[in-house]
Design a protein around this ligand. Structure first.
Ligand SMILES: C[S@@+](CC[C@H](N)C(=O)[O-])C[C@H]1O[C@@H](n2cnc3c(N)ncnc32)[C@H](O)[C@@H]1O
Length: 335
């Protein structure tokens, strides 16, 4: 059984991301998940909102802790050197007990080959071995750190979690119909998935190409096309639609680019315009989607109505507050 430490940043999303990748989770306790998980290296290379993965060595109570430490065969899992992390316990005292038990003990506090941790959850103590830690360096991939940034780019951690919410495996392809500067494609590509990105503007596709090449991502295709008219079928679609604030959107009716104004005077007219655009996109997506889509809408549109009209089912829903007038609605859709 594995113990997984979830990020408290967005617990609901962390749980959904985990179960989309590994299937049912045995139980949760606060920000801890207990689950059977196999390929730990691949899992930790993928999960965005999981901080660390541990093997559970034994489960005990406070009054039995020392006795159980003395009885456990630490040599069977010890490699080269070790350190002990035990928040809320006498760390040195526990490390001393393990030291006494080891044949060739060597302490390494900075980069140990073996890290033993003791975690307290309600009435139980979990003695555990650290298997993997989140090392995704999301900060290095934030929009302003990429060669080409874009004001609407998603946070890389969120982009990765969205890809994972599909449950797609490494052999699968992810399509982003509104790929912009490629934020979603970068995270999917770094995990090893194939990607196809569409955007209406060559200038955006050019930015996406520069960003993808910067991160040495190989398996991608970028195509200039209207997202409401795609005909190629995809198992998985992940996208952040244009909100109409900074990005232009295009419709056939007026046959020109439209910049949406959400200012007081034109607000309801603009929102209606956006809703029609989204409906058109979703109706087309219903023809090309085979398994699951993750789509972000701005909260100021009646997304539930649009989704109902396009005959999709909302399987799950998350919110991300951006500022007073924008909350992102993250929707897991199936047809
Ligand atoms: C919200 S941005 C995507 C940001 C992207 N998710 C990222 O993290 O970098 C939306 C993109 O949709 C594009 N777009 C607008 N209307 C479109 C249409 N009809 N078809 C395809 N792309 C469109 C815009 O050019 C813009 O790049």
């Amino acid at each position: 059984m594995k113990l997984l430490l979830l990020s408290k940043e967005n617990i609901k999303l962390a749980k959904a991301e985990l179960s989309a990748l590994i299937g049912p989770v045995k139980k949760y306790s606060d920000n801890w998940a207990f689950a059977e998980a196999k390929d730990i290296e691949e899992l930790s290379n993928r999960l965005a909102y999981t901080k660390a993965i541990y093997d559970i060595l034994f489960i005990t109570r406070k009054d039995k802790l020392k006795e159980n430490i003395k009885a456990f065969d630490w040599n069977s899992i010890y490699k080269k050197d070790f350190c002990v992390r035990a928040h809320g316990f006498d760390e040195k005292g526990l490390a001393g007990l393990i030291w006494d038990n080891l044949k060739n003990p060597k302490v390494n506090l900075t980069s140990p080959k073996t890290q033993f941790e003791f975690h307290n959850t309600k009435d139980k103590i979990y003695a555990s071995l650290l298997l993997a830690q989140n090392q995704h360096r999301f900060k290095d991939r934030k929009a302003h750190k990429r060669p080409e940034s874009h004001p609407t780019a998603l946070d890389p951690k969120l982009a990765r979690a969205l890809v994972n919410l599909t449950g797609a495996s490494l052999k699968d392809t992810i399509c982003d119909p509104f790929c912009g500067a490629g934020g979603i494609l970068i995270e999917a590509g770094l995990m090893g998935l194939k990607t196809v990105g569409y955007d209406l503007y060559l200038s955006m596709l050019d930015k996406a190409k520069k960003n993808l090449d910067h991160f040495k991502i190989k398996n991608y295709k970028l195509i200039k096309k209207d997202a409401t008219k795609l005909s190629r079928k995809f198992d998985y679609i992940v996208t952040d639609v244009p909100y109409g604030l900074n990005t232009s959107i295009w419709t056939k009716e007026k046959n020109k680019l439209q910049k949406i104004s959400l200012n007081k005077g034109k607000r309801s007219e603009s929102i209606k315009y956006l809703e029609n655009f989204y409906l058109k996109f979703l109706k087309n997506m219903n023809k090309i989607l085979k398994k699951r889509a993750i789509v972000i809408f701005p909260n100021y549109v009646d997304y539930k109505k649009i989704i109902r009209l396009s005959r999709f089912t909302i399987k799950d829903e998350f919110s991300q507050f951006i500022h007073g007038s924008l909350t992102r609605k993250i929707l897991v859709l199936e047809n």
